[in-house]
Design a protein around this ligand. Structure first.
Ligand code: GLV
Ligand code: MN
Ligand code: MN
Length: 399
C-alpha cells in the first residue's frame, strides 16, 4: 500500500468534523480505533506483534527468523493526540514506519537484524496528565505504583482505563520490549519553523516540566463584595500568567498556561479556587529552573497582596536529552548532510534515549510551524521524502 493510501486511511479515523482535529487520549475509543487500525496493518504484513503491560506495541519484521527473539532496529511513534490536535504529531511516524518497511520489502532488502514498528501509548499525556506515560512506565522511570495513582479529568483511574481496553493493570512495570530495542529511530513532524529542508535530524530535546499551580481564595458574591474586600484567586492567577509570559521572553524560554480549572466556576461568584497548569521549557536545565523560580516568586508576592494562597506542585519534569552524536552523524551521513536541529517538543525518543537505548530522530518539515492544533500540516512531498529518509536509515542500521 502506498504511503498516500495508508495516510488517507489512517487520518480519517476520529477526525472531528467541526474542527478537523483529533482527540485521541490514551485508551479512549478513538485512540483504540487507531490502534486497531495499526494492528490490522501489522497483520496484513505478517508482522509479529509484541505488547507490554501498558499497551505499547512493537510489530516485528524478521525474515531471518531465529529460534530466540533478538534485538533489532525499532522505528515508530504514537497514535494518541492532544485535545483537538493535528493529524501529523505521532501518526506520521507510525504510518511512515509501515511505508518504509513496505518499501524495503519491495526492494528485496533482507535486514540482518529484525526491524520493529512501534506505537507507544499516551505520549501526549492528554488524558492522564503525564507526558510519555507509556514509555516512562516501560523504561521504569515512572513506577507502576505511581502510574496507577493517576486519574483522568473524569476521575477514571489508569487501572480502570487499562481494563476497559482489555489490558490487565497487574502487568504494569518495566517493559521487556525495551530489551529488544537495539536502536530506536522516531520520525516526527517538526513542530516549529526550525526546518527549511524537507527532512532534518534531531540534536536534542529541551528539558521541560508541567507544574500545577493551585491558587486558593474566598468565594463571595460578585455584586455585593467590595473590590477591596475580595480574596480573588483569579487575579493572582491572571498576574501569574502575565509574569510567566514575561519571564519566558526574558530567558529565551517557553512558558504556557494552557489548562485551567475554576471553582465554583460561576459568573456571579468570586472563585474559591483556581487551578492552572504551567508548561515550561528551556534550552538548558539551569534556565528552566530559574524560570520556574522567577514565576513562582512573582506569583507568591501577588498572592500575598491578594490575600490568596499558592501551592506549586511539579507533576512531571523531563530532563534535557542530547541524542548520541555518533548515531546522529551516521543519519546525517546517510541523508547527505541533512540539517541538524534541537526541539522544544517532548518525545518518547527522549525517554528511550535516557534509558540508554541508542536513539535518533528524523524531522519532516512543517511549513507553518503550527502544531498541537487542527491546523498542523506537512506537504505530501515532504512526507514522502521522510519515508525515503527513514527507509535509507533503516537499511543502513539493519544491514
Ligand atoms: C508533546 O508533544 C509535548 O511536547 O508536549
Ligand atoms: Mn505532541
Ligand atoms: Mn509527538
Amino acid at each position: 500500500m502506498s504511503f498516500e493510501s495508508l495516510w488517507a486511511d489512517q487520518s480519517a479515523i476520529g477526525r472531528d468534523p467541526d474542527t478537523g482535529g483529533y482527540t485521541r487520549g490514551g485508551w479512549t475509543p478513538t485512540e483504540r480505533e487507531a490502534t486497531h487500525w495499526f494492528l490490522d496493518q501489522c497483520a496484513a504484513r505478517n508482522l509479529t506483534v509484541e505488547s507490554d503491560g501498558i499497551g505499547n506495541l512493537i510489530a516485528w519484521w524478521d525474515p531471518r527468523e531465529q529460534p530466540a527473539p533478538r534485538p533489532g532496529v525499532v522505528t515508530g511513534s504514537h497514535l494518541d493526540s492532544v485535545i483537538d490536535g493535528g493529524a501529523f504529531d505521532g501518526p506520521l511516524g507510525v504510518v511512515s514506519a509501515l511505508a518504509a518497511v513496505d518499501r524495503l520489502r519491495a526492494e528485496g532488502f533482507e535486514p540482518a537484524v529484525p526491524i520493529g514498528v512501534g506505537a507507544f501509548v499516551e505520549e501526549e499525556g492528554s488524558r492522564f496528565g503525564m507526558p510519555c506515560l507509556g514509555s516512562r512506565v516501560a523504561a521504569g522511570v515512572l513506577s507502576a505504583e505511581k502510574a496507577l495513582q493517576l486519574t483522568d479529568r473524569a476521575g477514571v483511574r489508569l487501572g480502570h482505563a487499562l481494563e476497559g481496553a482489555g489490558i490487565d493493570p497487574a502487568g504494569l512495570g518495566p517493559s521487556p520490549l525495551l530489551r529488544r530495542m537495539g536502536t530506536f529511530v522516531e520520525l516526527h513532524v517538526e513542530q516549529g519553523r526550525g526546518l527549511t529542508a524537507p527532512v532534518g535530524v534531531a540534536s536534542s530535546i529541551w528539558p521541560h516540566g508541567r507544574y500545577r499551580f493551585t491558587f486558593g481564595g474566598e468565594a463571595n458574591h460578585a455584586g455585593t463584595t467590595l473590590m477591596e474586600d475580595r480574596h480573588d484567586p483569579m487575579l493572582t492567577y491572571a498576574m501569574t500568567a502575565l509574569a510567566a509570559n514575561k519571564q519566558a521572553r526574558l530567558a529565551g524560554a517557553r512558558a504556557t498556561f494552557g489548562r485551567l480549572s475554576v471553582e465554583p466556576n460561576g459568573t456571579n461568584a468570586v472563585p474559591s479556587r483556581v487551578t492552572a497548569w504551567l508548561d515550561a521549557r528551556a534550552a538548558d536545565t539551569a534556565t528552566l529552573e530559574s524560570l520556574l523560580a522567577a514565576i513562582t516568586k512573582q506569583a507568591t508576592e501577588r498572592a500575598e497582596r491578594d490575600g490568596t494562597t499558592l501551592e506549586v506542585t511539579p507533576e512531571s519534569v523531563s530532563p534535557i536529552v542530547d541524542f548520541p552524536a555518533g548515531l546522529r552523524d551516521r543519519l546525517v551521513n546517510v541523508l547527505d548532510g541533512a540539517p541538524v536541529l534541537p526541539t522544544g517538543a517532548g518525545h518518547d525518543a527522549g525517554v528511550f534515549s535516557d534509558a540508554g537505548i541508542p536513539t535518533a530522530m528524523l524531522f519532516v518539515r512543517n511549513p507553518t510551524g503550527v502544531s498541537h492544533s487542527p491546523a498542523e500540516y506537512a506537504e505530501m512531498d515532504d512526507c514522502l521524502a521522510g519515508v525515503d529518509a527513514l527507509a535509507a536509515v533503516l537499511k543502513d542500521l539493519a544491514k
